[in-house]
Design a protein around this ligand. Structure first.
Ligand code: ATP
Ligand code: MG
Length: 453
């Protein structure tokens, strides 16, 4: 199919010279060469693609003969990474795929000279378009262009079968809705069998979900995951939320949408109130309270992050944000209380915690002017505090456990930790106390009490 000629110049302008050169080199060696996957989709939407995947009828060894610098990565599956002018391009031989009997990889792949065959194995019609900007040819057997116009994510072929082949496609279905702001075709959604998502590893779930959380329209993705049942299969802690408290789910989604797009911030926003369903109580005056819900949220988050194999750093950050999201953002707090907060949260996370609070307020109907103002004041005070001094955690104390034991003296044991805790409290009241001589005289003065601990 040829698209209207007047669109070509606009499409061509967005294609970098290296991509152009690679397509040209394959074609002048007698091979077919197309842009496929995300690139034609984004070009037709008037966006600039992130990466450039080329498809060709040339076999991997023929691709390597055409380009002097290559890296063999997925060669078994027909992909050669071509290095041209410091740019990496993936060049993949047209292929057909066998059954996915393990639900992960095709049992076999076979090379094919037909670009149509190659498009048939692709997941959604908007991703099954091949574009040849040199020959100004568009191969679009499934009317992906029509789906782009209608802003619709629709499976290539029979949805149930395609999702059974590779259950990860169920998440990709919602991911593209969230990234592009498209709707999902009803018939495609009906093909989803949520239980099958169990076959997908934690890492891959994590990566897809993170992409959905970071997308421009996360609500489309997250609401779809909830509606289809995928969410509760992947994260059972959402089951009581969806069953008993739909408003809470809306709040979590709204917090995700309101918070800045950082992976850990978005995860924390999505999980921060998970503990509310089990801590809900009505107090003596008839008000609903959720005492301690942040600690239940923390536990639920911790096991999820473990299962999804998050890095230690990401896990720590998400857990810290969830654990302390109820902090008192009172600009009248004493310096000591502020320091204790920063000490618990860590200076590297404190401003993200404030950002989470801002988003939480936005998602709860928008902060009042007063709340907004006090958050700004609060942030300013923390900035001043961090600029001014360094004593914030027990590690920063001018004395360590060994020195405490030697001085008092005390045998190793929990008492040493208790003494250090007290020193820490004392130092946070006035950071100028954080000198070894002053701490030792404090120990001296309280020696008898400490020895009775
Ligand atoms: P992105 O902008 O996220 O890179 P993309 O469409 O390029 O989007 P990729 O994951 O890079 O997505 O995949 C490239 C192409 O390969 C897709 O457009 C699609 O045609 C095909 N594809 C990728 N994963 C699958 C899958 N699991 N099943 C079928 N086709 C797939
Ligand atoms: Mg891509």
């Amino acid at each position: 199919m040829l698209i209207r000629w007047r669109r070509w110049p606009r499409i061509r302008r967005r294609i970098p010279a290296v991509v152009w050169a690679a397509l040209h080199r394959l074609q002048s060696n007698g091979y077919q060469a197309y842009l496929v996957g995300g690139a034609p989709r984004d070009l037709l939407l008037g966006r600039t693609p992130q990466d450039w995947d080329l498809a060709t009828d040339a076999r991997p060894e023929q691709v390597k003969a055409v380009f002097p610098r290559t890296v063999a990565l997925g060669e078994k599956f027909g992909t050669v990474v071509v290095l041209l002018d410091d740019t990496q391009l993936e060049v993949t031989t047209f292929r057909r795929e066998g059954e996915y009997s393990d639900g992960r990889r095709p049992d076999w792949v076979a090379f094919t000279p037909s670009v149509q065959d190659d498009l048939a194995r692709r997941d959604f019609t908007i991703n099954a378009i091949a574009l040849d900007p040199l020959g100004e040819k568009l191969i679009d057997p499934y009317n992906g262009v029509g789906a782009l116009r209608r802003r619709l994510v629709q499976a290539v072929g029979e949805p149930r079968r395609r999702f059974r082949e590779d259950p990860l496609r169920m998440l990709r279905f919602y991911r593209f809705q969230a990234i592009l702001g498209f709707r999902g075709a009803a018939g495609t959604e009906q093909g989803i069998e949520a239980e099958a998502i169990r076959k997908v590893s934690g890492e891959r779930l994590r990566d897809e979900l993170t992409k959905i959380l970071l997308a421009p329209a996360p609500a489309r993705g997250l609401e779809g995951l909830a509606r289809s049942g995928l969410l509760t299969v992947m994260i059972p802690a959402f089951k009581p939320v969806l069953a008993e408290d739909p408003a809470l789910f809306r709040h979590l989604v709204a917090t995700v949408e309101a918070v800045k797009p950082g992976a850990e911030l978005r995860w924390a926003a999505f999980l921060h109130d998970l503990g509310k369903t089990t801590t809900r109580r009505v107090d003596a005056r008839g008000r609903v309270r959720y005492y301690g819900h942040e600690e239940v949220s923390l536990e639920l988050a911790a096991s999820l992050l473990e299962r999804f194999r998050f890095s230690n750093a990401a896990r720590q950050k998400i857990m810290t944000l969830v654990r302390w999201h109820m902090f008192a953002a009172d600009p009248m707090l004493t310096d000591a209380a502020l320091r204790r907060l920063v000490g618990k949260v860590g200076r590297e996370h404190i401003f993200d915690l404030l950002e989470l609070r801002r988003a939480d307020l936005v998602a709860s109907g928008g902060p009042t002017d007063r709340a907004r103002e006090s958050l700004t004041l609060f942030a300013r005070r923390i900035q001043a505090l961090l600029a001014g001094e360094t004593v914030l955690t027990r590690k920063d104390l001018a004395i360590n456990g060994h020195e405490v034991m030697a001085f008092l003296p005390l045998p190793p044991g929990p008492e040493v930790g208790a003494v250090l805790d007290e020193i820490f409290q004392w130092v946070t009241e006035d950071p100028s106390r954080n000198r070894k001589d002053r701490i030792l005289s404090y120990l001296e003065k309280n020696r008898s009490r400490f020895l009775q601990l």
